[in-house]
Design a protein around this ligand. Structure first.
Ligand SMILES: *Cc1c(COP(=O)(O)O)cnc(C)c1O
Length: 407
């Protein structure tokens, strides 16, 4: 038995890149979580949009147990059965012909951006100066040096300079700026269909359409970063299906493994051919444990009742948040797609989303910030309706408390 550990051990032994809540979750079942003291919470955060099927989902537990008793790791000098099944399912259910597997969202994006540069290199475009990556202000694409530089929040990248060159940031959802800013020098454009981390801002259909048209016109690759929006989160298997616009490359991670780390980059046969043997790779990418879990996750999410359930739960969340707002007038805007929902604080409450999340803990519910001004909900796609309503009841108590508490 391990010695008992407590929150203060974090401050002693863990690098302070995070400032975790005071409570320590110990056990989860579905959308309920219990902390070290046995207190029960409704989980509307999903481990930051990761546990799309909740905690300890019986089918996922069975899949992981079975795989863990058979084969953990062989490396990529071999392939393995779970990764082949997963690749087949991912390509059959999307625009893509080929998948590359990594362990996180950042790595999936790193692969996508490297692929774009490799294509430019192989075709001679790079030698003619066509190497520019276009991304959008406030976007988030991960924390490796390349992905954090591509991300549109300089506070995350600047302290790590010198940064990789050849990256340009344009305003999000500004169609004219995109048409002007994406040029013959652009080799790839990367965009989140809903900007997640920076405030749950959906891309407009007009904007995404313009990106597709402009990228095709100047022969730039269009990359959809669906690390947060993928795997059913928006009520479609991937958010691009709701726009009816296909990318050249799509990345996904978060909910793909429901907490077991895995990321994937999906692309066409023609583009994948540039990733010749030895040109890119990952020790753990596509390992049997992660792949087996992700294959089962995808199968469950693709069931029509799962995706239909997302739309039903979206409606409940929106209604409950609007009712809370009618009572408290805390929010200036309530928005989102599927079960990725943002509630932006009104002028008077700006900068205090972290405080609201703390009030929510006290009321018995896990929620998230999306920047200092936005409360974010990312519950399980299969959260039982009574549990969802219990969570929203707690949310209501939290918002009332928050509104009544001066800074
Ligand atoms: C979370 C996130 C990432 C980074 O994923 P990691 O698994 O933390 O590396 C990248 N892009 C988007 C849109 C994300 O939400």
């Amino acid at each position: 038995m391990q010695e008992a550990v407590q929150r203060s051990d974090f401050d002693k032994f863990v690098a302070p890149t995070y400032s975790p809540a005071q409570l320590i979750p110990q056990r989860g079942q579905g959308s309920l979580v219990w902390d070290q003291n046995g207190r029960r919470y409704v989980d509307l955060a999903g481990g930051v949009a990761v546990t799309g099927l909740g905690h300890a989902h019986p089918e996922l537990v069975a899949t992981l147990r079975e795989q863990s008793e058979s084969l953990w790791h062989v490396g990529n000098v071999f392939t393995n059965e779970p990764v082949l099944a997963l690749a087949k399912q991912l390509t059959e259910s999307t625009f893509a012909d080929r998948a590359f597997f990594a362990n996180s969202g950042a790595e999936a994006n790193e692969a996508a951006l490297k692929l774009a540069r490799k294509v430019a290199h192989d075709t001679g475009d790079a030698q003619r100066g066509k190497t520019e990556i276009v991304a959008f202000q406030q976007s988030f694409h991960g924390r490796t040096l390349f992905t954090v530089s591509v991300g549109g929040q300089s506070k995350y990248s600047e302290p790590f300079g010198p940064l990789p060159p050849g990256i340009k940031h344009l305003p999000f959802n500004d169609t004219q700026a995109a048409l002007d800013g994406i040029t013959e020098q652009t080799c790839a454009v990367i965009v989140e269909l809903v900007q997640g981390e920076s405030g749950v801002r959906p891309a407009s259909a007009e904007f995404v359409d313009a990106l597709r048209v402009r990228c095709s016109a100047v022969n730039a690759l269009l990359i959809f970063d669906e690390v947060q929006t993928g795997v059913g989160r928006t009520g479609e298997l991937f958010a691009y299906l709701g726009y009816g616009i296909e990318p050249d490359i799509l990345t996904t991670a978060k909910a793909l493994g429901n907490g077991f780390p895995i990321g994937a980059m999906l692309t066409s046969q023609a583009l994948a051919e540039h990733l010749t043997a030895g040109s890119h790779g990952s020790t753990f990418g596509g390992n049997p444990l992660a792949a087996a879990v992700a294959d089962k996750v995808l199968e469950i999410v693709r069931r029509p009742e799962t995706l239909a359930g997302v739309k039903e739960r979206h409606a409940i969340c929106m209604q409950r948040l609007n009712e809370i707002n009618a009572r408290t007038s805390v929010f200036a805007d309530i928005r989102g797609r599927g079960l990725l929902i943002g509630a932006e604080l009104g002028q008077q409450f700006k900068g205090r989303s972290g405080k609201l999340v703390e009030h929510a803990y006290a009321a018995g519910v896990f929620t998230l910030m999306a920047g200092p001004d936005v409360l974010r909900l990312a519950p399980s796609l299969v959260i039982p309706l009574d549990v969802l309503n219990e969570g929203m009841d707690a949310m209501e108590r939290a918002v009332v408390q928050f509104a009544a508490t001066p800074e």
